[in-house]
Design a protein around this ligand. Structure first.
Ligand SMILES: [Fe+2]
Length: 224
């Protein structure tokens, strides 16, 4: 069913998150590509907490100023009292350093999402790490396109099947048991977290952009 983007956002407001679709692709090769990228680009590791963000351009300097205005530990300063630090919030991401890393499959996957002005990021969270409770600020997108209003949104594509201890929480709902190629989305204002308390790396492919005027397949499901 095709719906307007306002209807789509209203639907997302009523649900913690929705399962959108499953993108068919050679996910086994894509996962191998992800592992190779991480192995070969060790300078793309970063923690979420407890270490200074190092800007590489003018936009980054502005972002740092914005981020620092929330205090030493980012958007949820109380996290500092809950044990989060640079050792337990580590992850690897394709955009952590210049040049950002790309592979041909990324465009093919991104094309299938109802977004303009798309950007993407592969993320890997190794066992023992968390990304604490936060809300996305879409800073880059808002910096480049100040008039986008409420239409900035992020889709999460899973390049690999769920494994023990891999979890996301959106609102009050845990998200688990995904299959490679599954796509989920939550409302841009939804608070969420991500943790890997398992035994294998957790991979996600985040695609961020501006919602198209209408969204085909706009009736996501509450279960996979
Ligand atoms: Fe997030």
């Amino acid at each position: 069913m095709s719906v307007s983007r306002n209807t789509y956002l209203n639907n997302l407001q009523d649900n913690d998150f929705l399962w959108c679709t499953n993108i068919s692709a050679d996910w086994e090769s894509i996962h191998k590509d992800c592992e190779d990228l991480a192995e070969n680009n060790q300078d793309h590791w970063r923690p979420d907490m407890g270490e200074d963000y190092k800007p590489w351009d003018e936009a980054g300097v502005k972002f740092k100023k914005y981020w620092d205005s929330f205090g030493e530990y980012g958007l949820a300063p109380s996290n500092k009292f809950q044990g989060y630090n640079k050792h337990n919030t580590r992850h690897w991401e394709s955009t952590a350093n210049k040049p950002t890393l790309t592979s041909p499959w990324m465009d093919e996957v991104m094309e299938q999402l109802p977004l303009t002005h798309k950007g993407c990021r592969i993320m890997m969270q190794p066992p023992g790490n968390t990304m604490p409770w936060h809300v996305d600020n879409f800073w880059n997108l808002r910096h480049n396109y100040p008039d986008i209003g409420k239409y900035a949104i992020r889709y999460i594509v899973f390049p690999k099947d769920w494994d023990h201890g891999h979890l996301l929480q959106a609102g009050t709902t845990f998200i688990t048991h995904w299959k490679a190629g599954d796509v989920i989305v939550w409302h841009p204002d939804r608070w969420h977290l991500s943790a890997n308390v398992g035994i294998s790396n957790k991979w996600t492919f985040n695609v961020t952009g501006i919602l198209t005027e209408t969204v085909s397949n706009g009736d996501g499901k509450v279960s996979p």
